[in-house]
Design a protein around this ligand. Structure first.
Ligand SMILES: N[C@@H](CCC(=O)N[C@@H](CS)C(=O)NCC(=O)O)C(=O)O
Length: 215
């Protein structure tokens, strides 16, 4: 059995943060497929593991964790990688992890879900328009932040970069961007993230792609 077990599914950008961190740290880990689209996270069995009913869940020995930001913090200490070197860096990493969870990845995840995976009856143009506006606003913030720097929270890659990666590597066609909605600094930063040794795409790291499969 692997040292780390990550309960996740391929379409989950929140899970991707933990999966990417495990890959970049060369951890001994294995994914466990969560059948999210058939309601697995609502089952009593899953709620017994995570009362919040969310993926990802990370298990390491007797320690079970939920919330991707907690996992990134834990893993950075376990492996001595991508962490803060000073209290100021720690605060800066935390600032971006809190922000990505609230503004960047939360809205991206929900917007992408509504466009691609929600039942037809639940789709709503007004809701999608609102979500898209929130996503674009968050992307503008990140793009502006990256204008004069290579990495988000320090002079080297940290868990803040891994956290913000959450939904940014999924195919562009899964979002309805207009042609003029480009974020050059984010694109340049993504190239730097992709060049980190061990980087892999979410669909290659986690099970459940294509939709309806477990592999
Ligand atoms: N803040 C959580 C967000 C996790 C999350 O929203 N996961 C989604 C899948 S990508 C989920 O399981 N949602 C179930 C629900 O909201 O009921 C984290 O960073 O881990």
């Amino acid at each position: 059995m692997a040292d780390y077990t990550l309960h996740c599914f391929a379409q989950s950008g929140h899970s991707y943060k933990a999966a990417l961190m495990l890959a970049l740290c060369e951890a001994d880990w294995e994914p466990v497929f969560v059948d999210f689209f058939n309601g697995a996270t609502r089952s009593p069995e899953f709620r017994a593991v995570n009362e919040m009913g969310e993926c990802p869940v990370l298990v390491h020995g007797h320690t079970t964790m939920t919330q991707s930001g907690v996992m990134l913090d834990y893993l950075s200490k376990q492996f001595g990688k991508f962490g803060a070197q000073t209290d100021e860096e720690h605060r800066e990493i935390l600032r971006w992890v809190l922000w990505e969870n609230h503004k960047l990845n939360s809205f991206q995840g929900i917007y992408r879900f509504m466009l691609n995976f929600a039942p037809e009856a639940a789709r709503n143009d007004a809701v999608n328009g609102f979500l898209k506006g929130r996503v674009i606003a968050a992307l503008k913030v990140l793009d502006a932040h990256l204008a004069n720097r290579e990495w988000i929270a320090a002079d080297r890659p940290t868990t803040a970069d891994i956290a913000c990666s959450g939904y940014l590597f999924y195919p562009r066609e899964e979002y309805q961007w207009a042609d003029d909605e480009v974020f050059p600094n984010i694109e340049a930063w993504k190239t730097r993230v992709q060049s980190l040794p061990g980087w892999q795409h979410p669909y290659d790291l986690m099970p459940g792609y294509p939709l309806g499969t477990e592999g």
